[in-house]
Design a protein around this ligand. Sequence first.
Ligand code: SF4
Length: 445
Amino acid sequence: MGCMMGKKITFSIHTLGCKVNQYEGERIATELGKFGWKKVDFSARADIYVVNSCTVTAVASHKSRQLIRRALRNNPYATVAVTGCYADSDREEIAAIVGVSLILGNGEKDELPRLLAEKVGELRLNEMAEETPIRASHTRSLIKIQAGCNQFCSYCIVPYVRGGPWSRPEAKIIDDVNRLVDAGTQEVVLTGIHLGLYGMGQKTDLGNLLAKLIEIPGLGRIRLSSIELREITPQIIELASTSGKICNHLHIPLQSGSNKILSRMNRHYTADEFIRHTDEFKHQIANLAITTDIIVGFPGETDNDFEDSVRLAEKVGFSKLHVFKFSPRKGTPAADFDQQVSREVKDKRSAALISIGEKLSSQFAAGYIGKELTVLIERRQGGYVSGVSDNYIRVLCEGPDEVVGKLITVKIIGQEETILYGRIKSGYPVTQCCSVVGADPVSAR
Ligand code: SF4
């Protein structure tokens, strides 16, 4: 196994898009590695290429096509497999590219390793284990707990290509987290297409799962990748404010600050509701960072609607904005909406909002100068070690390699735009996660 006429089989995988896709890409790579195949860079000549595609925007579809062509240029004799959302939404377009060997939608993704093994004449008999790939020395690990969505936001292709919600069993997730902790993971990031729907149709929900995960010994902290406003339950807030293990960071997609646009988007909250709830969350969870996604140039978005988004972003005081220019996805209602916004206007609004986002990030970070943050050190970066605080601020400090992979207390002494500089407290004390020592919760918000 693992050799093709005496030569070790090489494979390469490139994943685009969301955290769920990233997770699935890692899992495919792990499975292919178990065949004894060697992973190589996507720019290298490989026997097998996997393009784990995305189609969330027209740009993502374009990038997916480019990757397929790049793989075929690198090795015209390679087995090229395409999976992911683009494989679901535009199968015929991919099939028209000469040289593609396999096209598998998300529902068939788990079959990919076996089919590839068959393609190269080596069938691995073991079934793919339904578990999270473990990467030694990975201090922060993504773990998929949910997929699918039935909300049908008018701009989003996901419910059409990923299907309705489903959730992984609690016992398997707990098992995965235990294994990850044993392998050195300090932080797990719970991911899903629509995380707040975790447990739908079962006798559990996200709050219950979190209550069990925080009991896992040795687990430093838990972060939620993204959660819809109305799915943040009192139990989640209570656990985040008291457990010391759930990061004081909520990524809550806003998409627009205009009620008219929110309604056209089929988003189920109003701007006032968003402000009211996030304000409550900030009072309940000390030093809470709220990050978000905003779409600019949605069909019908006027200057006033855009201004509503700007005002709301400033009022909430997001610590980070992810700004997307609306791009119509074939098959979604919004693609056929009237009053499409010109490219120039989208560019202008996007640039303006990105700059406001940077200002907000800097302001948020500035609130921590002179205070202490708990930072998970992830890597060495030049003369510094670099990590992320519980409330999602990049922190650099001088320190030895031995702090990499540890949760340590850092005194913040300086700032450069959105990055903070700190000094590691002597003896590298590891504090309880998600705390800001000596910080005034109100002024730090
Ligand atoms: S909630 Fe809306 S944007 Fe998110 S996956 Fe579902 S349909 Fe798409």
